[in-house]
Ligand binder design. Structure first.
Ligand SMILES: NC(=O)C1=CN([C@@H]2O[C@H](COP(=O)(O)OP(=O)(O)OC[C@H]3O[C@@H](n4cnc5c(N)ncnc54)[C@H](OP(=O)(O)O)[C@@H]3O)[C@@H](O)[C@H]2O)C=CC1
Ligand SMILES: O=C([O-])CC(=O)C(=O)O
Length: 264
């Protein structure tokens, strides 16, 4: 049995736990104390609810971060310094150059592994392949409902309660998008990491009152040719910001623990 450590016990973590493949179980959940009772009641006393990975008894086969960019800052380096495997969903944390280089250093020094989950988008394998031949431009657009942007800085840029037409309220680099919208634009960072980087990837964030889906569009051009991907994702019923596919990408990472890396 492979044992994973979850960081976070919100909408995505709960969805991942529900869908864990056979042969994988949760050994530890890192969460703030108010969640501990819920964790023990839901998952039983075999699972350790802890405030920090250092409190874990034993070693996980994989640490799955499903929490926040802040959590990557708080725990990422510690986990990699132990030589553990760390899969990130809050990939926007890597827009912080200093954190990214510390995580890479820890990964190299301690033979840990830093995994960027593909999350809510598809096509990251093709984008990474295209990069090998040289990419001229990559543009990523995120289009979501007003509910998906609530609680983000979009509230100050557009009247989410009264819009009648789609509005692009942010256009800039992937680095700025990921840092200014930490709970909404991690995909911008993922696309940047797989393609032409945080400063050269153009990002547009758009609110659309006529959609209930999270639509991710990537346009990439380079030596390989050109591709255009549009992915219309269903949000999780428990969090309209978060696409179901993002949780499924974490489930797939768990499946690779038992099935090996044959199917990427
Ligand atoms: N890469 C991608 O494609 C995608 C990435 N995401 C990212 O995934 C993450 C999880 O999403 P989701 O589950 O829907 O979000 P939720 O807000 O539903 O849950 C996040 C949970 O993580 C906990 N958490 C956050 N920071 C910390 C911390 N520093 N220490 C301990 N616990 C922490 C929160 O605890 P508390 O209640 O105590 O605050 C909360 O329970 C988010 O960062 C989101 O932006 C989401 C979708 C796609
Ligand atoms: O789930 C999504 O649609 C994307 C998302 O929240 C993010 O990029 O942070």
């Amino acid at each position: 049995m492979k044992k994973i450590m979850m960081i976070g016990f919100g909408a995505m973590a709960k969805e991942v736990i529900k869908r864990l493949p056979e042969g994988v179980s949760v050994g530890w959940v890192v969460a703030r104390p108010p969640h501990h009772q819920d964790i023990q009641q839901t998952l039983g006393n075999e699972v350790q609810a802890i405030e920090h990975p250092s409190l874990a008894q034993g070693s996980p086969d994989l640490v799955l971060e499903c929490a926040s960019q802040k959590a990557v800052h708080e725990f990422g380096e510690w986990v990699l310094n132990r030589g553990w495997k760390l899969a990130l969903i809050s990939t926007g944390a890597l827009a912080d150059e200093s954190l990214f280089s510390r995580l890479q250093q820890a990964e190299r020094t301690h033979q840990g592994e830093l995994i960027v989950l593909s999350g809510a988008v598809a096509g990251m394998d093709g984008l990474a392949s295209a990069r090998e031949g040289g990419l001229d431009s990559v543009t990523y657009t995120s289009n979501k409902s007003p509910a998906s942007w609530r609680g983000s800085p979009a509230e100050k840029l557009v009247d989410l309660n009264n819009i009648t037409q789609p509005v692009v309220f942010f256009e800039g680099s992937a680095r700025d998008a990921a840092q200014q919208f930490p709970a909404n634009a991690n995909v911008a960072a993922t696309v940047a990491l797989m393609g032409i980087g945080m400063d050269n990837t153009t990002v547009k964030l758009r609110v659309d009152p006529n959609t209930s889906r999270n639509t991710h569009t990537i346009h990439a051009a380079g030596t390989f040719g050109e591709f255009h991907i549009e992915l219309n994702g269903n949000p999780l019923p428990t969090n309209p910001k978060t696409s179901t596919l993002a949780a499924l990408s974490a489930v797939q990472a768990c499946r690779r623990l038992v099935d090996g890396g044959l199917v990427a």
